[in-house]
Write a protein of this length. Sequence first.
Length: 678
Amino acid sequence: MKNSTSGSHGARTRRAHALVAICVALAAVATACSDGDGDGGSNGTIDLVVENADRCDWLDPRHCLLPFPNDFFTVADGSTDTGLQLNIQRASAPRNVRGVHVDTTEWNRNDGFSPGAQIVTYVDGIDLEATGLVGVANIGGSLGKDAPAVLIDTVTGQRVPYFTELDATVSSPANAVLFVRPARNLLESHRHVVALRRLKNAAGETIQAGDVFRAYRDDLISNVPEVEARREHFERIFADLDDAGVARDDLYLAWDFTVASERNLSERMLHIRDNAFAQLGAAAPGFTVQSVEENPNDELARRVEGTFEVPSYMTGTGAPGSRFHYASSELPQRNGTYTADFTCIVPKAALGDGTTPAPARPSLYGHGLLGSQGEVVAGNVRRMANEHNFVFCATKWIGMSEEDVPNAVTILGDISTFPTLADRLQQGVLNTLFLGRLMIHENGLVSHPAFTGLIDRSHLYYDGNSQGGIMGGITTAVSIDFTRAVLGVPAMNYGMLLQRSVDWDTYRQIYDPAYPDELERGLGILLIQMLWDRGEASGYAQHMTDDPLPNTPAHTVLLHVAFGDHQVAPDAANIQARTIGARIHAPTVTAGRLPFVEPAYWGIEPIASYPYSGSAIVIWDSGAPAQPLVNLPPRIGEDPHGDPRSDPDARRQKAEFLKPDGAVVNVCGDWPCFADPS
């Protein structure tokens, strides 16, 4: 979609300047100055004081970047798919304790904002209950005719469901921004309008709009040329709201933003995938087996360690802290070869009766947070392998593996270095795709005696947990060799996940002192997500199942969620399910377990009958309390994060799904699914 009217602060006209000069000169006596773009006449004038008008929005004076995301921070660019390019100046971005602002160069390569945008602004004194703003427990209420917040997709004309919350991570309400969190990812290249109206404080009093927004809403001519240059843009916003039945006269605030395009989000990943596999051609990736351990435990016949070769698109050796190698191109260019590690497990079930093997299904395995491929030998994975005859192989999620921890620490101290993580994650996805090809190629693993006759090369699958469930989303969306994937305790959108995870406790010990301004800490996380989209599920979710990316097949996925998960927020998994069109096993949980307005899993249709051939989400309940209804992690009771994968019925459901003609089977009967990790 081309957006011919950006919110750029640089878009001024001679006509606007002339108008302001006349109106200011006549302000004492004139009340009918008009720019001709409103209703035919202004309602008077207003004196405004705005700071840093060249780089800051003035709608929300609490911070230069608020409200966010916001097309104010764009410029027109006819070469992009949205017609826009981001233009966030470095001096406007959060700064760390050393006074270093985020270097926004890489952000400004985007042609829009995150499809998983967490919409924020600051409203002094707002009370959510008095206002009637809905939280995560009542998403359906966000579409009510009189809802105080409205989110509109201006391309479709449809209202978008959401939930709201005040930032619960801050020490003072004076630093608590208002979040408007979309309940499903926003459509690529689509422009969206956000409107807030009739906001109340705890006393039930209406909170008045700020002066700058009032100048637009009430058609008051200001003394600031930069403000006047945006008047036509705001008339467009008011027209969009009017089309949706939202009047302008009781608005507290309204603004718009455009979501990045499909090409802008995915073109780097797709380019390195297509380029690498084109160079590979009909061959298998080169590999070396370094060790074979026979009968390491009761479930496994052998554990195999080795390395394999992947085209590298990173600077230098591709080590932690490296970036994409761009050379003179807008897309990453090959820069040698990356040698990746792998670990595979062969179950005893694959040996058959000892004389005739029973070739196992090959599946990639995705490891957890900042871990390694060695997690493929964990007990639950071994049991899954032997119970259902799978050969699992894993490689590191480089970018977010154990060897990347020092670079993660660097990023937490200076967000400017975050592109190193986003770029290396995409190389890590490519490494995983190459390992998959190695598993099913006739000259791949089966050419080595450790695997000969033990792998059924006809179909490849994916199974991952935690970070492996999150990264499995992007890997599935771009996979050309497998079409069925199980994502265990998954979600997407680290911009939402971090503050809801107990795992963040460790890392915020570094991040919080580095960014002492509480409000800017939150903004920093939102900025990070805009680049993380390139290398995690949120940036690819609209193409994870149907509507596949170019040169990519459609996929079917099964999400296994742990009720009350302490590490990966179930509410973010629900957003993923809505985005990919998954259906849910019902009954979902025992009545009363989740303090939500019914239906508890709003916007996710139940599975009507089994076996079910589409994508699905299943909630596994092992007794943990429900997650908080704010952006804080659960801390009560035992963490159920590892329980679904440890339950035999859950493993059986996964195994039935990971077949050529697989489907979601009902292993829970007419009940919710209860996980028994014992």
